[in-house]
Ligand binder design. Structure first.
Ligand code: GAP
Length: 521
């Protein structure tokens, strides 16, 4: 496979961001005061999309499984947590500043933006790359300082004591709350290996250079699973059969270290057999994560699985694979990280707390190893919106899967008179008891369809003269603009079936008759 999939449409970041702000998906936080870099607020449509994706994730990874429990840990927790986890010492990026104007940059991100590849992320190699390529300050051309470590955790103080406040941290990952609750969950739930704990919620990182709209934020949402396995059973995954034949686009660490950027198309079974992925449980969670991303409508050709090279590995990781999405405006970027964290975290918490964090498996005390699929919600949303953004001539629409679309249905009277508006309001009241719906009678029907398309409404229900005569309505499909006539008596059931099955084109088995929306609307 080539490094850049040719199938991905050429939407620009500006076009996407413009639609998101204009239509109420996202707003820059604190905009009325000039905005705060790295913080976004979810608007009315954004919260709907967010909830739908979170619900889908929860259903896929928790509700439909019997081996994963849920958790919702606190954002601020005991500060020792972050000493034990290694974040106080090691959660750093390298910062360079301009000696002339004082601008500050994350060294690796600056190099990447300039198209300079570094396969080793140490202070020395970043310094060497800056010197070798003569990199200067992009703002004023000044000389750059040597890279120096910068800890990404936000601090805060807890309690009223002003002289000796308790310094605490906003969590930089949700994961640690799962580790510190490991024993509680084992006792409360009678959990036995293997099992997982899933949690979603806010995480905070004082990123040196937030970038790419929703891509690199200082406050964002993680959806994480810590899956605990007996260290002797890392290769006995009872579900591996379900994913072993899935084909993935894999870029190994070795390939990258030898200068190759081409992915190999390979099944997860083969990737495990050839030792590219070292344990069956790790391969399983890569497959399962991909399957969920595909279910959201992401094209498999726009996703690749890239292994971290050694110097990129987080302080806790033995092996990590990122699932990257190809954004036409910024190339391949991580949206999910799937790490083998071994027993690093539980052992460190044992050491720092003095509590034993073992579990009994097969009559033997073990400290389990952990495979961790970690999703960034805003990055998944950015990928989903990029994938959905479609232009056809002058028409722009979001081809969102009905399951995750913010509004499922819009209700319009063809014209706002002759009793059509009264009937349309009646239909709207029926539908809104079942689906997220809105009513619109403002302006031409063409403009109302165009707006609904732009925010990804999969179905528009229109009330016309015939409705008053025979109690049928038209249902218009966003993607094809086809229209079908449906009796009002079966409208709720029909729409429910469409949404559940993800129907995006006319299928007469559900309807009375099908036709095309008239041209020149
Ligand atoms: N617990 C493991 C962990 O936190 P990570 O790779 O640092 O691993 C996991 O983060 C995911 O969180 C990433 O794949 C990404 O989707 C998301 N993420 C990380 N930093 C982010 C940021 N600054 N802005 C938005 N999302 C971020």
């Amino acid at each position: 496979m080539t490094a850049q999939p040719s199938t991905n449409k050429k939407v620009t970041l500006e076009e996407l961001a413009d639609l998101c702000v204009r239509r109420g998906f996202f707003f820059q936080s604190g905009r009325i005061y000039g905005g705060l870099s790295g913080f976004y607020d979810y608007g009315p449509l954004g919260v709907e999309l967010q909830r739908n994706i979170l619900n889908s994730w929860w259903r896929w990874f928790v509700e439909l499984r019997s081996d994963v429990y849920g958790l919702d840990g606190s954002i601020i927790t005991h500060p020792r947590t972050w000493e034990a986890s290694g974040h106080v010492e090691s959660f750093i990026d390298f910062l360079v500043s301009c000696k002339k104007c004082g601008s500050e940059y994350r060294a690796d991100a600056l190099l990447e933006e300039l198209g300079i590849r570094v396969t080793s992320l140490t202070a020395e190699s970043l310094k060497r790359a800056i010197e070798d390529h003569g990199v200067r300050c992009p703002v004023c051309g000044g000389e750059l300082s040597d890279p120096r470590p910068f800890n990404l955790m936000f601090t805060t103080t807890v309690g009223p004591r002003r002289e000796q406040p308790l310094v605490a941290y906003l969590r930089p990952e949700t994961a640690q709350l799962i580790f510190t609750n490991f024993k509680n969950i084992v006792f409360a739930m009678g959990a036995t290996l293997p099992f997982g704990v899933a949690q979603y919620g806010k995480a905070f990182r004082n990123e040196i250079s937030p970038r790419g709209f929703l891509f690199r934020l200082r406050e964002f949402t993680q959806m994480e699973i810590e899956y605990f396995v007996n260290p002797r059973k890392l290769n006995s995954c009872p579900y591996f059969e379900e994913v072993k034949d899935l084909k993935v686009n894999l870029l190994t660490a070795e390939d990258q270290e030898e200068g190759r950027q081409e992915t190999r198309e390979i099944t997860l079974g083969e990737a495990l057999e050839r030792g590219f992925i070292t344990t069956a449980w790790h391969a399983y969670w890569i497959g399962e994560s991909l399957r969920w991303l595909w279910s959201l409508g992401l094209d498999p050709r726009h996703l690749r699985v890239r292994e971290h090279v050694k110097s990129e590995l987080a302080h806790y990781a033995v092996q990590t694979f990122d699932i990257e999405y190809y954004f036409p405006f910024m190339g391949w970027k991580e949206i999910v990280g799937i790490s083998n964290r071994s027993d690093y975290d539980l052992r460190r918490h044992q050491e720092y707390s003095g509590e034993s964090l073992h579990i009994v498996d097969d009559g033997e005390k073990v400290v389990p190893h952990v495979i961790e699929p970690s999703f960034g919600l805003e990055r998944v949303i950015l990928a989903v919106l990029t994938e959905a953004y479609t232009t056809e001539g002058s028409r722009t629409y979001l081809r969102l899967k009905p399951e995750i679309a913010p509004f499922k249905v819009a209700v319009f009277p063809l014209v706002k008179r002759d009793g059509l508006d009264t009937k349309a309001l009646e239909v709207y009241r029926i539908l809104r008891a079942h689906f997220r719906a809105y009513y619109d009678d403002d302006g031409s029907i063409g403009r109302r369809y165009a707006k609904a398309d732009e925010i990804g409404v999969p179905y528009c229900v229109t009330i016309d003269g015939q409705t008053l005569a025979d109690n049928t309505v038209t249902v218009r499909f966003r993607d094809t603009r086809e229209q079908v006539r449906v009796p009002l008596s079966s409208l709720v059931d029909t729409l429910r079936t469409f949404i559940e099955k993800g129907v995006t084109r006319a299928e007469t088995s559900y309807t009375v008759s099908a036709g095309k929306e008239p041209e020149g609307r």
